[in-house]
Design a protein around this ligand. Structure first.
Ligand SMILES: Cc1cc2nc3c(=O)[nH]c(=O)nc-3n(C[C@H](O)[C@H](O)[C@H](O)COP(=O)(O)OP(=O)(O)OC[C@H]3O[C@@H](n4cnc5c(N)ncnc54)[C@H](O)[C@@H]3O)c2cc1C
Length: 383
């Protein structure tokens, strides 16, 4: 279990952790090679995840969910990281769910949440554009009101779940004359939407099983009822408020993945012999793994504290940024050591640590780069 000793852990959450681990072991990991080859996860797998309640842990029961909260999501994301495979784009689906939970009108919640819980709708969040990533205020995708509809034009890139999602939280400008105040979020149901097109499924350094795509909108018309929360110009504030959970989630995944990498490397070095003894018996191997373990335990303690704070509504932006920055940096350092301790086999994709090493690199880039995290943390020093 990833968060066994956390102050917020309960028997119910322990059971959820066990069930989730079994689910990933039996329903996900045996199929990842197929997902890698197809460059996306099967829709049937999403529906199965829906049946197990994995897509809807924090959706209230009245909307078809399991009625949990962020502690349930945290346990699930710890286990997702521990699979060592990032094909399943649950984190962006979960982000879409939390936007709907936090900001949607009652009618929107009724319309979207039950389908997001079952997997009938697969979620994505589309902020990044070819011309702007870190600087969100610079988005150019426009949504112009025309009667009862918005007409959307623009393009997005690097969108996780971009090929398989059919529900996108789209970041648009409803007022091109304003920066942050002109930004709104629109919930887009893509099935049968004229003027919407998916571009390439992008070829990445890692995460081969996860679809990351371009999206294009050419005079796509959606009902004005799809504006998230129903009031234009609130998107930037909505994005900022959700970022704490999004960043913490990446820190949680880093804990699970780092634990998996260390366990994998202990097993490998115990079996692999050099100079007549297991590689694990060299002092260097034990010391390197000891350093990895020490880093992991410090990270785990910090992330557990942050989860406790977000459950009370007290997690600050800088703490979430520290969890994301430190989590992704430590995950990268640990994976680098684990590859080294595997020798040449650590560079071969048939070994888990090689794939995890490639997957880990993006953790320092998406969800806000390490540099942006440092910018945010440094602001708290000066206030
Ligand atoms: C695999 C993958 C999946 C992704 N999934 C999604 C998704 O689902 N939805 C989505 O909207 N986006 C997604 N992204 C996009 C991701 O969030 C952006 O790539 C990221 O925010 C950085 O933006 P950028 O690529 O435009 O880099 P830029 O903003 O151009 O940054 C380039 C460099 O400049 C640095 N920099 C920028 N501004 C500053 C500053 N103020 N101070 C110091 N340094 C700075 C950055 O840190 C970086 O090193 C994904 C990206 C990848 C690679």
């Amino acid at each position: 279990m990833i968060f066994r000793y956390a102050s917020w852990m309960t028997d119910e959450l322990s059971i959820l952790a066990d069930i989730t681990r079994k689910f990933f072991q039996t329903e996900f990991l045996p199929y990842v090679e197929r997902f890698h080859a197809k460059k996306k996860v099967d829709r049937e797998f999403w529906e199965k995840a829906g049946e197990y309640g994995i897509l809807a842990a924090s959706i209230p029961e009245e909307f078809g969910g399991a009625g949990g909260n962020l502690s349930h999501d945290s346990v699930i994301f710890g286990e997702l990281g521990y699979t060592g495979d990032m094909s399943f784009g649950l984190f962006v689906h979960n982000i879409a769910v939390h936007y709907v939970l936090a900001y949607a009108t009652e009618e929107q919640k009724q319309r979207w949440l039950p389908k997001l819980a079952s997997g009938e709708l697969i979620g994505a969040i589309a902020m990044t554009e070819p011309g702007t990533g870190s600087d969100l205020q610079g988005v150019r995708t426009s949504a112009v009101r025309s009667g009862g509809e918005y007409v959307i034009n623009g393009s997005k890139t690097f969108i996780s779940n971009g090929q398989i999602s059919n529900f996108i939280i789209l970041v648009v400008k409803t007022d091109m004359n304003h920066g942050a105040k002109g930004i709104s979020l629109v919930g887009i149901e893509t099935d049968g939407l004229d003027g919407f097109r998916r571009g390439r499924n992008l070829d990445k350094l890692g995460m081969p099983g996860q679809d990351t795509s371009e999206l294009f909108f050419d005079d796509a018309q959606v009902s004005a009822h799809n504006l998230l929360g129903g009031i234009a110009g609130q998107g930037f504030g909505q994005l900022m408020k959700q970022l704490a959970w999004e960043r913490l989630m990446l820190g949680i995944i880093a804990v699970g993945a780092s634990q998996k990498a260390i366990e994998e490397t202990v097993s490998y070095t115990a079996e692999r012999h050099a100079f007549g003894k297991p590689v694990l018996e060299f002092q260097n191997s034990r010391f390197k793994l000891a350093e990895c373990k020490a880093k992991l335990e410090l990270l785990r303690a910090y992330v557990e504290k942050c989860i406790g704070k977000i459950l009370c509504g007290e997690l600050g932006a800088e703490e979430a940024s520290i969890a994301k920055l430190t989590g992704s940096e430590i995950q990268g350092e640990i994976l680098d050591e684990c590859v080294q301790l595997h020798g040449g086999y650590g560079y071969m994709r048939e070994y888990l640590v090689a794939r995890m090493y490639a997957d880990a690199r993006v953790q320092r880039i998406y969800g806000g780069t390490s540099e942006i995290m440092k910018e945010l943390i440094s602001r708290s020093l000066m206030s």
